[in-house]
Design a protein around this ligand. Structure first.
Ligand SMILES: [Zn+2]
Length: 465
């Protein structure tokens, strides 16, 4: 998952900074080419190849074999993949618990016939890198790795262990992150995680900076089934009760239902920043809701905005439908899949109970997964300051805004298992032109890759130095 931010303009101001000569940017480009040209799509079995290539880079740079681990695992029986775990031990006695750096090596499928260029050949054109994974999330893998190689080459002495986890199935099952937060926790236990697959910056097409987000929370993904059963019969003799009508009545009630709006520390900080640059009705609604969280009408106005949808409450929506077995028979069964994106801290079981009340007694609501509630990470001032300072070194005065993602990432199992995670990506793109992650002709501004390397160097120098 990766979002480039903010659909609306926040601030007029500084232009994009001039590029600086840096041999590590050339190194990043070398790693990027190898990473993009290894098609790490689920089912193709190529993630272990990329993991071994990256492991070789750390080894060549002086990491001990005992601190580099390629961890094979099966995301599904058909998808053999791997994670890469690297440890940079503290020089001397550690002064604090480790920091965990996270990114994912796998990418979403990309078919050559759907693209205007080959998705698995790195192409530089008109100031952009094109290729699947250029923004989600091989840029993160490469920027983190290059920054560590650079720091090592320059004699940086970390005061605490720096741990790295690159997973191999974030886009599909997310099992690597779950293993990392549970079975492999002894290797990866950290004070907090910094995720390259979250946060980041956006610019308007006229180059105005819109802002960088600091991802501290994400909603919980959970699926439910709405099912109706009926004795059925011959369709020439309709019964008063009908499985399809009962299901559609329940779905219509769901369509009109509004879950209770609620602010959490992340969205409170987010709307606090957002309202500063929203003079109109939307901004008024933000200000009214911040002042009075019980003002449901204000929250509804915000929720109705295409750029803010999903941020004020849990949302559930029907996504799939089946029912009946013959055109001339009364349906014995009708079933809909309902997908929910639940506010952090709210139990998916509690949402099931709420859905059951909406659906009524003719429809059975069941869970289709065993997701547990995601948790938001506290807004740590030290991490927020390191991120903000580093962003401002690239783009002075650009807003840095806490963010709750409506989708899910590798951060979730760590947050659930007691390790707060912060999405602190330092790359950027043009909104909405460059929001192509998972889609066609994914790309990244060439300059954003080098910027991201420098960003991770600054962040780690601050937080681990
Ligand atoms: Zn991603």
């Amino acid at each position: 998952m990766r979002t480039v931010i903010l659909a609306t303009a926040l601030l007029a101001g500084s232009a994009v900074a001039a590029p600086a000569g840096n041999p590590w940017h050339a190194k990043a480009r070398e790693l990027f080419k190898q990473a993009i040209e290894t098609p790490t799509v689920a089912g193709r079995g190529k993630v272990p190849e990329l993991a071994h290539y990256l492991a070789g880079q750390y080894k060549a740079a002086g990491w001990a074999d005992s601190d580099i681990h390629v961890m094979p695992y099966d995301a599904t029986p058909e998808n053999h993949t791997a994670a890469l775990v690297v440890r940079w031990p503290a020089a001397g006695k550690a002064t604090a618990k480790p920091i965990l750096l996270m990114a994912h090596m796998d990418v979403v499928e990309a078919k050559a016939e759907d693209w205007s260029v080959d998705p698995f050949t790195l192409l530089e054109k008109d100031g952009y890198f094109y290729g699947r994974g250029t923004s989600d999330d091989k840029m993160g893998v490469v920027a983190v790795t290059t920054a560590l190689l650079e720091l090592k080459a320059k004699g940086f002495k970390p005061k605490r262990d720096i741990l790295v986890l690159f997973t191999g199935d974030e886009e599909t099952t997310g099992k690597g992150a779950l293993l990392g937060a549970t079975e492999w926790k002894a290797m990866l236990d950290a004070e907090y995680g910094l995720n390259a697959d979250g946060g980041g910056g956006g610019f308007a097409p006229d180059k105005r900076p819109l802002g960088f987000t600091f991802q501290t929370a994400e909603k919980t993904y959970a699926d439910y089934a709405f099912t109706t059963h009926n004795a059925g019969g011959h369709s020439s003799k309709p019964r008063p009760d009908n499985a399809i009508y009962q299901l559609s009545d329940a779905l219509n009630r769901l369509a009109g239902y509004r879950f209770e709006p609620a602010l959490n520390p992340t969205t409170r900080a987010y709307f606090g920043e957002r309202q500063k640059s929203e003079p109109g009705a939307l901004g008024d609604a933000m200000r009214a809701w911040l002042k009075d969280p019980a003002n449901g009408a204000a929250a509804d106005t915000i929720e109705a905005d295409v750029g803010e949808v999903g941020l004020t409450r849990t949302r559930c929506v029907a996504t799939m439908l089946t029912g009946g077995h013959a055109p001339n028979a009364l349906p014995q069964m009708a079933k809909a899949t309902v997908n929910c994106r639940i506010l952090p801290g709210v139990s998916p079981d509690a949402i099931r109970d709420e859905l059951q009340k909406i659906a009524g007694d003719k429809v059975e609501v069941t869970r289709l997964d065993d997701a547990v509630a995601s948790l938001d990470s506290p807004l740590r001032p030290d991490v927020l300051k390191a991120y903000t300072d580093s962003v401002h070194a690239m783009f002075p005065k650009v807003p840095v805004i806490p963010e709750m993602s409506t989708g899910a990432s590798d951060a979730r199992p760590f947050r659930v298992n007691g390790i707060p995670v912060y999405g602190v990506d330092g790359s950027w793109g043009i909104v909405p032109d460059d929001m192509r992650a998972h889609g066609r002709d994914e790309r990244l501004p060439v300059k954003a890759l080098g910027d991201d390397v420098d960003h991770w160097v600054r962040m780690l120098s601050k937080l681990a130095g």
